[in-house]
Ligand binder design. Structure first.
Ligand code: SF4
Length: 306
């Protein structure tokens, strides 16, 4: 199978996890699409909503305010007494740590794969090879902490020819799959913009996907695609968070458009100039109207009404 990663996690064809989808032996686009549909149908028919919210992925088109929503959701969960681990996997977004009030980034997990570390002790990789990883198992050098919140970054592509985002996806998928979440703990993943992460199967182990949607044709169209991909991966809770909404009239239109695409909306963050200013300045998000909106969304998510 070479470097091919089985989307079902099978180590080889006919392994226990193999569903005979044909993806690994596909030689044409048609066979690939047919295999993908088979996987989607299998996962949809085997989706079980365990009623827990432990691993949330936040997705959306570039520029919709995804990072702001990640920050607000994390702050709202911490405010409710949850211990939150934020996992920054968006290799193109440089400033998420600043929105949480940290002055510097943590050591990126990508250094676990580093082939070039002159003068540095070899990275401890034992912990990531375990079958199960608790948040406490992650070495402190990779984590920024403040009351109730931990921040972890997979890494960024900074230079030309540095490599592709596949290694970022591999680490993210590995870690997300193995993370064991305790009571009152939530992992919140800031995904890269778009749908590529779904093609790489990063979200396989999440139980909830929040799609951030702004009032634009492109954003709403992409939400339809993300919903299709996420549900096809067996994720039972896929919801749209309407962001930067200027009026009730626009909110209603967005809900209708999303509904036509089979996307359920969970709540609205109305346009908040404070949020735009914080995003522009790269400063921490404090109490704002948007945070109040997000608290309502979190309530709906946690009590199962949204
Ligand atoms: S047939 Fe499908 S499920 Fe089986 S190993 Fe190949 S890709 Fe994985």
């Amino acid at each position: 199978m070479g470097l091919f990663h089985c989307p079902m996690g099978a180590a080889f064809y006919d392994d226990d996890d193999c569903i005979d989808c044909g993806m690994c032996s596909a030689t044409t686009q048609e066979e690939m699409v047919a295999a993908s549909k088979k996987i989607r149908a299998y996962l949809r028919s085997h989706t079980v909503d365990k009623g827990v919210i432990q691993k949330i992925a936040v997705s959306g088109k570039g520029g919709v305010g995804k990072s702001s929503v990640v920050t607000l959701v994390a702050n709202a969960l911490v405010g409710k007494g949850y211990r939150v681990l934020v996992l920054d996997t968006d290799e193109s977004n440089p400033g998420l740590y600043r929105m949480f009030g940290f002055n510097a980034e943590p050591k990126p997990l990508l250094t676990l794969l580093s082939r070039f570390s002159p003068g540095e002790a070899e990275a401890n990789t034992e912990w990531i090879t375990r079958d199960e990883i608790a948040i406490e198992d992650i070495p402190a050098e990779y984590i920024l902490s403040r009351d109730g919140l931990k921040f972890l970054a997979v890494g960024k592509i900074e230079d030309p020819f540095q490599g592709c985002a596949c290694s970022i996806a591999d680490i993210t998928r590995e870690l997300m799959g193995k993370l064991v979440i305790g009571e009152n703990e939530v992992v919140l993943v800031d995904l890269e913009a778009g749908i590529e992460s779904f093609g790489r199967g990063i979200e396989r182990s999440v139980d909830t996907v929040l799609m951030v949607v702004e009032p634009s044709f492109e954003s709403i169209s992409l939400a339809g695609k993300i919903g299709y991909m996420a549900e096809g991966m067996g994720i039972s809770r896929v919801r749209a968070v309407l962001n930067k909404v200027p009026s009730e009239k626009v909110r209603q239109r967005m809900v209708e458009e999303l509904d036509q695409k089979g996307v359920q909306s969970i709540g609205t963050i109305y346009y908040d100039p404070e949020l735009s200013e914080a995003g522009f300045e790269g400063t921490a998000l404090g109490n704002s109207r948007a945070l109040e909106d997000v608290k309502g969304i979190i309530e709906s998510l946690l009590n199962g009404t949204g």
